[in-house]
Design a protein around this ligand. Structure first.
Ligand code: NAD
Length: 470
């Protein structure tokens, strides 16, 4: 769907008018394009005391080919960084003419053990934020508070959330800010996550807190090519005929997966056409039908599957006093119970291979609740519960399960929302605009990535840091 306000204020006349009237000017977000370099520019790196992730960061910046520069406030860290050959020079703050020069700010806060040690965060972001260009990236790295040895350390690490979320709200200009908590021992498993948050692929993901844990099993990660990481893998996507599901199918196929798209029989033509373009396979099933789990399992049995994306979903909005039992039941059944039944069928028979991925589509309605959506929010909060409860059980098989929770995404579902509510939904986030289906799809592709084996039980919002919900 077209956001005509965003297009208008980014035209020369509209930009002048918006400036003179003091109207918000949402940035045209820099999204991933295969014909442009994914990473470039100058990345500033800062650190608190005794950072633990320096080596991993050094390897990352080298492997993606960006130039890095240390910030003075890193203090103790500078000699350490020099030892790793990370330095190319010292960062010059904005006052000395480097405005907009940086493409990303990375801060390793993993060694901070006490609130009295938080000061370098102020020094670093105070000096660098104004030099971060449009659609730049901020990533703060820490240790999961709940795994900290002392209450003081837990407190200091938890404090990073407030900083990161505030940076996202202050930075504007299409800049994202995210916090990655890295469990001790997971240092060598953070590349797919850091690449995602540094890349234009995460254009609409901001204000998120993600945990990377030690992945299950001692085996080395399967070899993969960063350009085609899903090569040789099979992915099932429900609700693939249109909207977000069609975009998920397309991104997973572009990453090398063979996609099996499922949608209702009445959407067969659209499904066939989407799958034909992707050299995928179309299965016309109603996922809520009692026979669907067995039918899907039978269709996948021979070759198995590596990635399952539960995207199909419906809304039937009414306040609860006016909501019929049928409207309640169908939303819960399609959005939640069908996922449980399908996963049971695929997991019990081993059709979803060990080391596989389950990714479910929740919603910020499931986090914050929404007027007129008791059925929908119940189903989407249930999806979050499923992810959190199943993650530990699936660990032994090396299967990860995560959810994405989209905010306002421009699709046929949101086109049905009345104009004034739609306009509010679009603007009430740090990006002042709705997201695109591809934003959700790229987030799912990161979670499906072979390198994301240590990311499980996470709920990642794709909402431009919506003001709704925590
Ligand atoms: P959409 O209505 O455009 O597409 C949903 C697809 O699911 C359709 O192709 C539909 O035919 C299919 N589907 C519905 N019921 C099915 C069933 N019983 N069996 C098989 N397929 C079925 O919606 P969308 O906006 O692309 O949403 C996709 C997912 O994202 C949904 O789970 C939705 O709840 C979620 N979501 C969307 C937004 C948004 O802003 N668009 C926000 C939060 C969450």
């Amino acid at each position: 769907m077209n956001d005509s306000y965003l297009n208008f204020v980014n035209s020369p006349f509209g930009a002048r008018l918006a400036r003179s009237l003091g109207l918000p000017k949402p940035e045209v977000l820099n999204r991933y394009r295969a014909d442009r370099p994914e990473f470039d520019g100058l990345v500033a790196i800062g650190a608190g005391r005794q950072p633990h992730l320096l080596e991993a960061l050094a390897n990352l910046v080298t492997s993606i080919g960006v130039t890095s520069v240390a910030h003075e406030s890193a203090g103790l860290w500078v000699p350490l960084a020099n030892r790793h050959g990370l330095m190319t020079g010292r960062f010059e703050p904005a006052e000395s003419g480097s405005h907009g020069k940086l493409t990303a700010l990375l801060f390793d806060a993993s060694g901070i053990e006490d609130s009295s040690q938080l000061e370098p965060l102020h020094g670093f972001f105070h000096d660098t934020l104004r030099s971060l260009g449009k659609c730049g990236r901020i990533i703060v790295l820490g240790r999961p508070p709940e795994a900290c040895a002392t209450p003081r350390q837990w407190t200091a690490q938890r404090a990073l959330e407030g900083l990161t979320r505030s940076l996202g709200k202050e930075a504007r200009r299409g800049i994202t800010a995210n916090l990655v908590y890295v469990e001790q021992g997971a240092e060598n498993g953070i590349d797919s996550t850091l690449r995602f948050f540094l890349s234009p692929r995460s254009a609409y993901v901001s204000g998120q807190v993600v945990r990377v844990g030690v992945r299950a099993g001692a085996d080395a990660l399967p070899a993969f090519d960063w350009n085609q990481p899903l090569e040789g893998l099979r992915a099932v996507v429900t609700g693939a005929a249109r909207g977000i599901g069609a975009s998920i199918a397309s991104v997973l196929a572009a990453e090398g997966a063979h996609v099996i798209g499922i949608d209702i029989p009445s959407a067969r033509d659209a499904l066939d056409s989407t799958m034909r373009q992707l050299n995928g396979t179309a299965l016309a099933f109603d996922i809520a039908a009692p026979e669907a789990p067995a039918q899907i399992a039978a269709a996948l049995d021979e070759q198995g599957v590596d990635i399952v994306v539960h995207n199909a979903g419906i809304t039937k909005d009414k306040t609860i006093a006016k909501m019929t039992d049928a409207a309640w039941q169908s939303v819960i059944d399609i959005n939640l119970s069908a996922q449980e039944r399908i996963d049971d069928a695929l997991l019990t028979a081993g059709i979803l291979r060990d080391g596989g991925r389950i990714i479910a589509v929740s919603s910020i309605s499931g986090i914050a609740g929404n007027l007129g959506q008791t059925n929908y929010a119940t189903s989407k909060a249930g999806v979050i519960g499923r992810v959190q409860s199943m993650a530990p059980h699936l660990r032994a098989r090396g299967i990860t399960i995560n959810a994405v929770a989209p905010g306002f995404i421009e699709t046929q579902m949101t086109a049905k929302i009345p104009l004034t509510i739609r306009e509010a939904g679009r603007r009430m986030n740090s990006m002042s605009q709705g997201g695109q289906p591809v934003d959700v799809a790229q987030t799912i592709a990161w979670l499906a990535h072979p390198g994301s084996a240590g990311v499980s039980g996470q709920i990642v919002r794709v909402c431009g840091q919506s003001l709704i919900g925590a």
